[in-house]
Design a protein around this ligand. Sequence first.
Ligand code: HC1
Length: 567
Amino acid sequence: KINVKINGVLIEVESGTRIIEAAKRLNIEIPHLCYHPDQRIKALCRICSVEVVGSKKMSAACSTYVWDGMEILTNTKKVYDTQKGILEMILANHKQDCLSCSRNGNCELQNLCRRFGIQRQTLDKTINPVYLDDNPCIERNMDKCVKCGRCDKICRDVQGVSAITWAGRSETFMFTTAYNKSLMDTDCVLCGQCTTVCPVGAIVEKDNTQTVREAIQDSGKHVIVQVAPAVRVALGDIFGLEKGTVVTGKMVTALKQLGFDKVFDTVFAADVTIMEEGNELLDRIRNNGILPMITSCSPGWVNYMEKHYSDQIDHLSTAKSPQQIFGAIAKSYYADKNNMNKKNIVTVSVMPCVTKKFEAARPEMATDGVRDVDIVITTRELAKMIQYAGIDFVALAESEFDSPLGEGTGAGVIFGTTGGVTEAAVRTVYEVVMEDELEKLEFKDARGLQGIKEAEVDLKGRKLKIAVAHGLANAQKIMEQIKAGTSPYTFIEIMACPGGCIGGGGQPLNTTIDGKKMRMDAIYEIDCSKKIRKSHENPEVQKLYQEFLGKPLSEKAHELLHTHYHK
Ligand code: HC1
């Protein structure tokens, strides 16, 4: 432990602490833009400059470690003038259409301007070119980029993709794609992690909230919504609730107040995915199919496979993701049951993911020309819709999902976190093979935030070796093993986003690792609280098979619930 003084107040911290972290212990938030607690430090923006007594130079609080006896000043005139000067220079290069910017109200640059009392533009403005990307998920407005580099770090360090990187020098220095290509023409898999760390409106999700409102306002349409497992443990953050608060009931009430005709649960479809994917795995094991079989519910991961390992694509399970299974069931079984023309049903998804917009738009995700899923919005967009409608989210009473596509088990809920699909699959596959009850449902080896986890299940003498990976840099290690023919696994779960969907690209901004842990705990808490915790015991799923699909992997199931990938 070492002693430092900040603005005259003595504080004891561990050695290896940075000034910005030490100040935080005293509840002082030093202004910052490029700094992010989970990322490598680059000290690019310098807006965190502070004074260290005895030093003539200003020190970047994000990159300077404290030492014993250090005296730091964060509130002098020199500090104010320096930080404000830097802020004004950043502002001079930033397109200021704040009133119509999608980050209006939650922009870190806007917050800094308010904090520093900036009331007018004092430096000339340079307009940089704007690049609009032709994809359904992510929009880049490079004239708003503050050159903090958070997008580069997350794309490189966490995802191992480096689709966005830096280019140019001095005045032309910028973060962009190689040769300024559109994201679709690069290695980008549209995971949207860059949108979660961008401090301003330079990289944002494509907003589909108005399309949802128009569908709801169209009296000729029956608009139903499904909500992904990970949304219910994250949406509350945006309304000021503690991280990891479970808001399922309030969320359902809000969706009903927004005017959706029915509010259903993607967890129901996750249970169906387990029925299909679990049986596909058994089928591959019994009939010498391609192994290891890899999960395919994370669309960023599927994009990654198609772009980087298309020669290994047959390892992917052909089962559609729960989002798409829900859509396909809604436009067939649900439409038939309710005597509706499927063309009049609009299926909306609320997802923690921006890539789900791309998945829903894939040409193969339609039956007879009718799309499985019509519109996808993220957790952040749902929050915007709730705010627009003037709904006091925190004060809402709780309600239940509608039936018949609203019943989900604990197994389906845990899909929302890394390791969850594996645990859900084991709960079903074990009981199908062993014809016996699985006593201990918690599969601890698959849990936690380690990048790659390993587990083993004994199925009548055959050992099923399993790997679980999240974040594409980890996925790459798994794929290199498969490519080299040295993979020891039978089943592999891969999620593109760090933490799985709880850390998805459409989740509340700037979630730290601690925040993800709280969401993960909340997901397991929901699982524990459920009466039914195994997908094959979901009564609505059982009914779906009895009344409509026949059995897992039936011809009808194949036609509606399975897909193919692009090589
Ligand atoms: Fe996910 Fe999935 S868990 S992919 O992370 O398989 O997005 O939450 O909805 O489809 O169920 C996301 C979450 C989600 C699908 C499910």
